[in-house]
Write a protein that binds this ligand. Structure first.
Ligand SMILES: [Zn+2]
Length: 315
C-alpha cells in the first residue's frame, strides 16, 4: 500500500520519474530472480539461499492463519512478474492459491513448471497422512496429511535444499552461489538444532494441548505429546461438550500449557485454561508474526524460551 503511494508521488514529479526509469533500466541490467512465497517462513528460507541474487516477497503475513488468506488482486499482480513461486503444499493454501495462480496468468510459476516449488515435496516424512478416504464435509482442512511442516527446523533444511535446486534451474549462472548459501545455512541451522534439542530435553514426554493441529512436527521433533485441541476438528470451532472433554483430558494428563498461534481464538482457550488450571502460550508460527521473529530460526528460539521457562522442574 505505502509503496504504491510513494510510486504515485514520484511519477507526479518529472525529474523523479526520470530517476525512476533510470533505476528500472539499471535494475534490469542485473535482474534478480523474483521469488514469491505463500508464507513468510518460506520467504525467510528463500532469502538465505538466494542471497543477493533474489528478491523475495511473501503473500501471507506472519500473523495470518495460513489456511485462510484472502486472495487480493494485488497478490495476483505480484505473481504475474514472479520467476519462482514457492508454496507449502499439502493443500494448506488450497482455499486461496489456485485462484491467485489463475488470475496471475504467468505460465512460468504454474504447478508443474520449473518456476513452481511445492515445499512439502522436499520433506522426507509427512505426518498424519489419512489412511482412508477423507470426508471434507466434516471440515477437515488437512486432507493430505498435516501441512504445518515448517515447525520442524530439520524440514527447513530440506526445503532450503529444494529451493537451491529450483534456483539453479531458473538462474544456472549463479548455481554455485546458491549451493554455497544453502550449505552455509544448513550448517548454521544444524548447529542451532543441536543446541535447541539440548535445551528442550526437559520437555520430552510432556503433555501439551494446542488450539489447532499445528504443532505436530514441532512435537515430533522434540518429543512433546500433543494430547488435545481446543478446536473440535481441524478448522471446526469447539462445542461446549468438546471443551468439557478437553478439560478432563488436561487434568488426567497434567497439561500445564495450551499452545496458541497469534490468529487463534483466544477466548475459547481462556475458558479451558481457567478450568484446567493451565497457562496459554501464544507462539509465532510464521516469521513476522511478532517483532521477536524476524527470521525462520527465531521461531524456535522464541518457542523454546517460552516453553522451557514454563516447564516444571525435572527431578
Ligand atoms: Zn492446519
Amino acid at each position: 500500500m505505502s509503496r504504491s503511494k510513494t510510486g504515485a508521488r514520484l511519477l507526479r514529479a518529472p525529474w523523479s520519474a526520470c530517476l525512476l526509469l533510470l533505476g528500472l533500466v539499471l535494475g534490469h541490467a542485473e535482474a534478480k530472480v523474483q521469488i514469491v512465497t505463500t508464507l513468510p517462513n518460506l520467504a525467510s528460507i528463500a532469502s538465505e539461499v538466494g542471497g543477493e541474487w533474489v528478491e523475495v516477497e511473501a503473500i501471507a503475513a506472519g500473523y495470518q492463519d495460513p489456511h485462510y488468506v484472502q486472495a487480493r488482486p494485488s497478490y495476483a499482480r505480484r505473481l504475474r512478474d514472479a520467476d519462482l513461486l514457492i508454496a507449502n503444499g499439502l493443500e494448506l493454501e488450497s482455499g486461496w492459491l489456485p485462484l491467485l495462480i489463475d488470475s496471475a496468468r504467468n505460465p512460468a510459476v504454474r504447478p508443474g513448471s520449473a518456476g513452481f516449488l511445492d515445499a512439502a515435496s522436499a520433506v522426507p516424512r509427512i505426518l498424519e497422512v489419512p489412511g482412508g478416504p477423507v470426508d471434507r464435509s466434516l471440515g477437515d482442512v488437512h486432507p493430505q496429511g498435516n501441512p504445518h511442516l515448517d515447525l520442524d527446523p530439520r524440514n527447513g533444511v530440506a526445503i532450503a535444499a529444494a529451493i537451491s535446486r529450483s534456483l539453479a534451474k531458473i538462474d544456472p549462472g549463479h548455481a554455485s552461489v546458491y549451493e554455497a548459501n544453502r550449505a552455509a545455512y544448513a550448517r548454521r541451522l544444524g548447529d542451532r538444532i543441536v543446541a535447541w534439542e539440548t535445551r528442550a530435553a526437559g520437555l520430552r514426554g510432556q503433555a501439551f494441548v494446542a488450539f489447532h493441529k499445528e504443532w505436530e512436527y514441532f512435537g515430533d521433533w522434540l518429543g512433546l505429546r500433543l494430547v488435545g485441541y481446543v478446536e473440535d476438528r481441524a478448522g471446526i470451532p469447539p462445542t461446549p461438550r468438546h471443551l468439557l472433554d478437553l478439560v478432563s483430558t488436561m487434568e488426567r494428563e497434567s497439561v500445564g500449557t495450551i499452545l496458541l498461534a497469534p490468529y487463534n481464538d483466544r477466548k475459547a482457550a481462556e475458558g479451558v485454561a481457567a478450568e484446567a488450571g493451565a497457562e496459554i502460550r501464544v507462539l509465532a508460527t510464521q516469521v513476522g508474526a511478532t517483532a521477536q521473529v524476524p527470521r525462520y530460526e527465531d521461531l524456535f528460539e522464541e518457542a523454546l524460551n517460552a516453553l522451557v521457562a514454563a516447564a516444571p522442574p525435572s527431578h
